[in-house]
Design a protein around this ligand. Structure first.
Ligand code: CA
Length: 230
């Protein structure tokens, strides 16, 4: 059974969300404050989070950012303010979607289902994919070997993990923060410049011309994206 965390300080809304989700076969848990939501979200297992933006104490954006450092499950922001919606659209690290209050509970359930399906597909895809072949680049995940045009190249463990992660999720932009946390872990020693250095080393090995890379694209001001080859 999929488990949803509801972070919402208004009791009636939290209960409305809970009731509709439970009727539709979900298990739910409610956090009435941002602090409680953060503790629950980071220490327990959920499949999706419904996050109210207007919370006493901790701002929903800050909360989302902190949850994102440890979880990559879908986060749907719920808000009544038009300005928030504009901000969510421009918010590069965090929310997967937003729902405007007042919402139609059936639509909320439909969105939750859609995001869970999408996320499952993403996770299964990256788990089942053991070989990646694109444009002369061949990654064998089980033997941890990488070949360029048939010639094996040597990669450090982190270079391998970083390239494989990006190549497994083509056409998605990841921030350097996200990549650092994902590959090195939040407690690791280092910072986002570590990511830059590793990308440079990877490019030197896989690109014909590292200064005009074709595999890992730099998205200025945001991060990196592995190109999707048709
Ligand atoms: Ca609220």
């Amino acid at each position: 059974m999929k488990k949803i965390l509801i972070i919402e300080d208004e009791k009636s809304i939290a209960e409305l969300e809970r009731d509709y989700l439970e009727v539709n076969g979900f298990e739910t848990e409610i956090a009435f404050t941002g602090e409680d939501g953060l503790i629950k979200a980071t220490t327990k297992e959920y499949d999706l989070i419904l996050l109210d933006l207007m919370l006493p104490g901790m701002d929903g954006f800050e909360l989302c950012k902190q949850i994102r450092q440890v979880k990559d499950i879908p986060i749907l922001m719920v808000t009544a303010r038009k300005e928030d919606i504009d901000m969510i659209r421009g918010f590069d690290r965090g929310a997967d979607d937003y729902i405007a209050k007042p919402f139609n509970p059936n639509e909320l359930v439909a969105r939750v289902k859609a995001h869970l399906t999408r996320y499952d597909r993403l996770v299964n895809k990256s788990h089942s994919k053991k070989e990646i072949r694109v444009q002369g680049l061949y990654i064998d995940e089980s033997s941890r070997q990488i070949f360029i045009n048939g010639e094996e190249k040597q990669f450090t463990a982190k270079e391998f993990d970083l390239l494989t992660f990006l190549a497994s999720n083509p056409n998605q932009v990841f921030s350097k923060d996200h990549l650092f946390e994902r590959i090195w872990g939040i407690d690791a020693f280092g910072d986002i410049s570590t990511v830059t250095v590793h990308v440079r080393k990877i490019r030197e090995k896989i690109e014909m011309n590292p200064s005009t890379p074709i595999f890992i694209e730099t998205v200025w001001g945001v991060g990196y994206r592995f190109k999707e080859f048709g």
